[in-house]
Design a protein around this ligand. Structure first.
Ligand code: SF4
Ligand code: SF4
Length: 295
C-alpha cells in the first residue's frame, strides 16, 4: 500500500501553515509519517518534540578548491571567475566556497591541474521520533547553501521509504511557502493539497498563484481560511474564488490567540488546548482532508 501524501501549502509565509500542519501531524502521528519540507525555515520539529534520532548528510553542488602546492599564481582562474569567488594571495590563489557557484570554468582553464571540484555537504536530513509515538523526517539546509528543491525531494523520498516500511496510511507534508522550486518538489506525488490562506488582499493574491501551480499537477485541493473573521469582505472574496475553482473551503478559522500561545509553549494547537473552538475546527478539518485523500 502506498501512503497517501497530503501537502499543506500557502502562497505566503505567516498564514498559519506550520501551526496547522503540526496539529494535523499530532492528530495523525500514529498512522502517518510527517515530513517537514519547509527546509529553508524548518521549525515544525520544535512543536513536535523531535529527538533527532538519525542523521544523514545532504550532499549537493560542487565547489572549486585550489591546491596551494600546485598553484603557480598565474591568475588565469581569477580572470575568468564571473562570481568574484577567487582571491589573489601572495603565493597562490584561493576560492571563497560561499561565493563559488561550482561552474567549473576555473578548473577548465587552470593549466596546472591545481583546481579540484568537490561535492560539498549542503545540509542534514534527520529522522526523529515525535510526540504521540510518531516519526518525522526533517532537514536543515547549511548556511548560504542552495538547492532546497533537491533537499525537499530527499526528505520526501525518506518519508516515503519509512511510510512503506512501517505501513503508514498517510504522509503529512508541511510544504514550503511561495511557488518556487521547493514547493514544486513538495507537491510532486501528492494526493491532496491543503491551501492555507488568510483573509487579506495578499492572502487572496497568493492563493491564486499557488492554486495555479496545484492545477498543473492535477492534485485535489481544499482551502482553510485563517483569521477569517478579521476581514469578512476578503474572506467572502476568497470563498468566491474557491467556488469558481471548485475548491472546497473546509474551514474558516477565527482569529484566536491560542495560535500564538501554543507556539510560545512549543506545542501544536490541538495539544496546547484540545477543547478550544479552534482545536475543534482543526480536528473537523483534518477528518475532511482524510476523507478527500481516501476518495
Ligand atoms: S589558474 Fe591554476 S595555477 Fe593559475 S592561479 Fe589559478 S589555480 Fe593557480
Ligand atoms: S567554479 Fe566557477 S564560480 Fe567557482 S571559483 Fe571556479 S569559476 Fe568561480
Amino acid at each position: 500500500m502506498n501512503a497517501k501524501e497530503i501537502v499543506v501549502i500557502s502562497g505566503k509565509g505567516g498564514s498559519g501553515k506550520t501551526s496547522l500542519s503540526a496539529s494535523f501531524a499530532y492528530l495523525e502521528a500514529k498512522n502517518a509519517i510527517i515530513a517537514d519540507c519547509d527546509v529553508d525555515a524548518a521549525n515544525m520539529h520544535i512543536l513536535l518534540g523531535a529527538d533527532f534520532e538519525k542523521q544523514e548528510d545532504f550532499m549537493s553542488g560542487e565547489v572549486a578548491v585550489i591546491s596551494e602546492d600546485l598553484c603557480t599564481n598565474c591568475g588565469d582562474c581569477y580572470n575568468v571567475c564571473r562570481f568574484d569567488a577567487i582571491t589573489k594571495m601572495d603565493d597562490f590563489h584561493k576560492v571563497d566556497p560561499i561565493a563559488c557557484e561550482g561552474c567549473w570554468y576555473c578548473s577548465r582553464v587552470c593549466g596546472h591541474g591545481a583546481i579540484e571540484m568537490l561535492t560539498q555537504k549542503a545540509g542534514d536530513v534527520f529522522v526523529s521520533n515525535i510526540k504521540n509515538n510518531g516519526k518525522m523526517v526533517h532537514a536543515k539546509l547549511g548556511f548560504a547553501a542552495e538547492n532546497s528543491g533537491k533537499l525537499v525531494s530527499q526528505v520526501k523520498m525518506k518519508a516515503k521509504e519509512l511510510a512503506q516500511n512501517l505501513q503508514k496510511e498517510f504522509i503529512v507534508v508541511d510544504g514550503s511557502p511561495g511557488i518556487g522550486c521547493p514547493v514544486i518538489s513538495s507537491l510532486s506525488g501528492a494526493m491532496v493539497a491543503v491551501l492555507v490562506t488568510e483573509a487579506t488582499v495578499s492572502g487572496l493574491h497568493d492563493l491564486k498563484r499557488v492554486q495555479q501551480l496545484v492545477k498543473t499537477f492535477h492534485i485535489r485541493s481544499c482551502c482553510i481560511i485563517n483569521k477569517a473573521d478579521l476581514n469578512t469582505e476578503r474572506a467572502n472574496e476568497i470563498e468566491e474564488f474557491c467556488k469558481k475553482e471548485n475548491i472546497e473551503v473546509i474551514a474558516k478559522l477565527p482569529y484566536d490567540i491560542t495560535f500564538t500561545k501554543a507556539m510560545s509553549e512549543a506545542k501544536p494547537i490541538v495539544e496546547f488546548d484540545e477543547k478550544s473552538e479552534v482545536s475543534n475546527l482543526i480536528k473537523e478539518s483534518w477528518e475532511k482532508i482524510k476523507e478527500l485523500a481516501r476518495k
